[in-house]
Design a protein around this ligand. Structure first.
Ligand SMILES: Cc1cc2nc3c(=O)[nH]c(=O)nc-3n(C[C@H](O)[C@H](O)[C@H](O)COP(=O)(O)OP(=O)(O)OC[C@H]3O[C@@H](n4cnc5c(N)ncnc54)[C@H](O)[C@@H]3O)c2cc1C
Length: 530
């Protein structure tokens, strides 16, 4: 029997019991990337920390993103230089802190005659992008003439092509990034429990002093007492604030972003490609993901409940038409869509009328009269900074409450995320191969688990049953290869190596109950249902 880790379905029950038995310093509500970053920072400062989520960790927005760790080239158009500088720094740090999960990605941004963004402006923007990254991006951008651009990306429309910029950002596996941060929190002592919903706040004397939680697996209700309660519920932030104050004015402007994935061979892109949609001039992407390419995103105001967000037919048409305009030979049609996903951006409502795509991605911390501390806005990329800023506030409030010293900021800019304790992934792949693991599987294991890949192999060696495919439905989004999760993409027996290792799904502490996680349900929707 493997040694028990501080993060498993076995320890979930203990964590719940512990947070109900003894008050915590801080209760973080929401197990997306925002709550994960806060819990990790708080636990690393030595605070008694609890984190709960009503569903699966990363089950909501944080597994429905464009999966980019990026400076945000398009924010230059909004003169949001502070955000670009901050996000560029975070990109550089995350490439080091989680090299298995955050990988450099080359983007090609083609320019056409008469385009909304002319060549001179794009060239100036590229210099500024490199400058705001202190010239410490993966590489500096470079400019390609028309011929070189077509050579680099042969499927691009030739008519009107002037040239292209090549620049760099990074791509991640968003759900795994959240899990890594939550595991980091748990390793630092945080008590974490998914499928645990906050149903009301405890306010014995008018101050928020904890929450009532309901264990979705057993139906049991418990009280978690906390000196500070943090609301990190993303698109549910306003709903949670109304548990504290039914009259609380909305903080958020929710905008929906949708993606579709198609077989990469249908588009034939070799790079990530940045486009300005011919429909409305918005910046969007065609991004590689194994043998898939995904196209996104839309950015529209949405009034749907965060519990039921999906890509609509018009989202799909918009994305396919935009991609077809740049890759005319692809002729993508809705039946080419393998899956789609959509999420709501929990953006700060601006004080004035602006287009959905122009709403700032900065984050803000707001405290209610009764002490509930809410964080809104932000990005996957900047989660570490958001966590730090929130815990700075929490630490000050704790100091005011009981006079304890304010703990020093932990070095989250230097402490790797679990699995990130390596700079050289190829060495890890070679080590796995030396154990007779075939190359694609070795690479997959290293990209998913980093320096922990060897430990995964140890488990499989001890118990062969663990090496079997665990997602019977074939709709699992996280196991197997980095390509399509559909059964047809699993290696055929002909290609199967002598020892096939299919690693079980690891999107958190899944309940034993046969319930499909929101991640699975909404993310990989079958053909024709988009
Ligand atoms: C389409 C799209 C593309 C994006 N692309 C990028 C990108 O490429 N790069 C980037 O940096 N950012 C991107 N973003 C932004 C980024 O994804 C979000 O800012 C981020 O994921 C928000 O995380 P969160 O933790 O605040 O919210 P969520 O991930 O939604 O987490 C909130 C959690 O709170 C839980 N919760 C709610 N109510 C309760 C309750 N009562 N009790 C317990 N738990 C509760 C929910 O179950 C949920 O898991 C994108 C966003 C979208 C929508």
């Amino acid at each position: 029997m493997a040694a028990e880790t501080p993060f498993s379905h076995r320890t979930r029950a203990r964590a719940l019991a512990s947070m109900a038995a003894e008050p915590v310093d801080v209760l973080v509500i929401g197990g997306g990337i925002t709550g994960a970053g806060i819990a990790r920072d708080a636990a690393l400062r030595g605070l008694r920390t609890a984190l709960v989520d009503k569903g699966d960790f990363a089950g909501a927005t944080s597994s429905h993103s464009s999966r980019l760790i990026h400076g945000g080239l398009r924010y230059l158009e909004q003169y949001d230089f502070h955000l670009v500088r901050e996000a560029s720094r975070e990109r550089r740090l995350l490439l080091d802190l989680a090299p298995h999960l955050v990988r450099p990605l080359a983007f090609l941004f083609p320019v056409y005659r008469g385009a909304r963004v002319p060549a001179w402006r794009l060239r100036a923007g590229m210099w500024l992008y490199d400058l705001l990254a202190a010239f410490r991006n993966v590489r500096l951008h470079r400019w390609l003439g028309r011929r070189a651009a077509l050579k680099a990306e042969p499927g691009l429309r030739e008519r009107g092509l002037v040239g292209a910029a090549v620049y760099y950002d990074a791509q991640t596996d968003d759900a795994r990034l959240v899990l890594a941060a939550i595991r980091g929190a748990a390793q630092a002592g945080a008590l974490v429990a998914n499928y645990t919903e906050v149903t009301s706040l405890v306010r014995p004397d008018g101050r928020v002093r904890g929450a009532m939680v309901r264990d979705a697996l057993t139906g049991e209700a418990r009280t978690v007492r906390a000196l500070i309660v943090v609301n990190a519920t993303g698109p549910w932030v306003d709903a949670l604030r109304r548990l504290d104050d039914p009259q609380a004015p909305p903080l958020l402007r929710l905008t929906k972003g949708a993606h579709v994935a198609v077989a990469r061979a249908r588009i034939g892109n070799t790079h990530a490609v940045t486009l300005t949609s011919p429909i409305d001039g918005r910046v969007m992407f065609v991004l590689p993901w194994g043998d898939l390419s995904y196209v996104g995103t839309t950015d529209t105001d949405d009034v749907a409940s965060p519990d039921d967000v999906r890509a609509s037919g018009s989202d799909v048409v918009y994305l396919l038409r935009s991609a077809n305009a740049f890759f005319p030979q692809a002729r993508l049609a809705p039946h080419d869509v393998i899956c789609s996903w959509a999420g709501l951006r929990p953006l700060l409502a601006p004080g004035r009328e602006v287009a959905a795509s122009a709403v700032s991605r900065e984050h803000r911390i707001v405290e209610s009269a009764s002490g509930l501390i809410t964080i809104a806005g932000g990005k996957l990329t900047t989660f570490r900074v958001m966590g730090r800023d929130m815990v700075d506030r929490v630490a000050r409030r704790l100091h005011e409450l009981d006079g304890r010293p304010i703990p020093r900021r932990p070095p989250t800019d230097r402490v790797p995320l679990p699995g990130g304790e390596t700079a050289d992934l190829d060495v890890l792949v070679e080590a796995a191969r030396a154990r007779e693991v075939p190359e694609p599987t070795a690479r997959h294991l290293v990209q998913a688990y980093g320096s922990e890949a060897a430990a995964v192999l140890n488990l499989v060696e001890r118990d062969r049953a663990l090496g079997r495919w665990r997602c019977g439905s074939g709709t699992c989004s996280c196991a197997g290869s980095t390509s399509s999760p559909r059964p047809k993409t699993r290696p055929s027996p002909r290609r199967a190596p002598s020892r096939t290792i299919w690693v079980s799904c690891s999107t958190g502490m899944r309940p034993a109950a046969p319930r499909r996680s929101p991640t699975t349900r909404s993310r990989w929707r079958s053909r024709g249902r988009t």
